[in-house]
Design a protein around this ligand. Structure first.
Ligand code: G3P
Length: 220
């Protein structure tokens, strides 16, 4: 089994923006674990978070397949990389794009820059995995932000995605997300065939984010 990975998506939670984003990233960097910890941050916060937590892996929440030039308001991969991003989410349930957008982005980013393409279900995961992103993350939209982890509410979508993606390409990692909050949820995700989880509110809305992070890695 490869290295486990925990991606915390900061979304636009107030607890994970601006100075709070820097604090949360520093807390993530200090968690003792063999798992990869990744912060997925707002483009506004990218440079500051990288500076505040230089040893932490930092991803963008979204990128556009644009180069330098006349592209007002779009998020350029080159600039993200210059500012220290080592990867990105794409096609998140809260920021859907076309499959062409994902394909063009993958064509544009250099090898080693990680792209985690999000899918709502097994079929979308299968289609996205054919483009060979680094990861496909399955997140049933109705479970996002809820109290029940996808690993308990719908384990079949997790194991089914892992199987479907493996059939298309052994090189694409699988993550799952929606409602993930505890170390037990993470170990169940791994048991169901994933490399780890993508989560947000379990950390960003936790009373004590450091304890939440410690619990998340406790069974790895
Ligand atoms: O990107 C992670 C996400 O959509 C899941 O959110 O709050 O259910 O962990 P949450």
């Amino acid at each position: 089994m490869g290295e486990s990975i925990i991606v915390v998506n900061f979304k636009t939670y107030q607890t994970a923006q601006g100075a709070s984003a820097e604090e949360l990233a520093k807390a993530m960097a200090e968690i003792e674990t063999s798992a990869r910890m990744v912060a997925s941050v707002s483009a506004f916060d990218l440079a500051a978070v990288v500076q505040a937590a230089p040893d932490l892996e930092v991803w963008c929440q979204h990128l556009d397949p644009v180069g330098f030039g006349s592209n007002t308001g779009w998020l350029s991969p080159s600039t993200a990389m210059e500012r220290g991003a080592s990867g990105t989410l794409i096609n998140h349930a809260e920021h859907k794009v076309s499959i062409e957008h994902v394909a063009m982005l993958l064509d544009q980013v250099p090898e080693g820059f990680e792209v985690c393409a999000c899918a709502a279900d097994i079929e979308e995961a299968r289609a996205l995995s054919a483009l060979c992103p680094t990861f496909v993350a399955v997140e049933p939209p109705e479970l996002i932000g809820g109290d029940v982890s996808v690993t308990s509410a719908d384990p079949a979508v997790v194991s089914g995605t892992a199987e479907a993606v493996r059939e298309v390409s052994e090189g694409v990692g699988v993550l799952c997300g929606a409602g993930v909050k505890t170390g037990l949820d993470v170990s169940k995700a791994i048991e169901l065939g994933t490399a780890g989880v993508l989560l947000a509110s379990g950390v960003t809305k936790a009373e004590d984010p450091v304890s939440a992070l410690e619990d998340l890695v406790s069974k790895i």
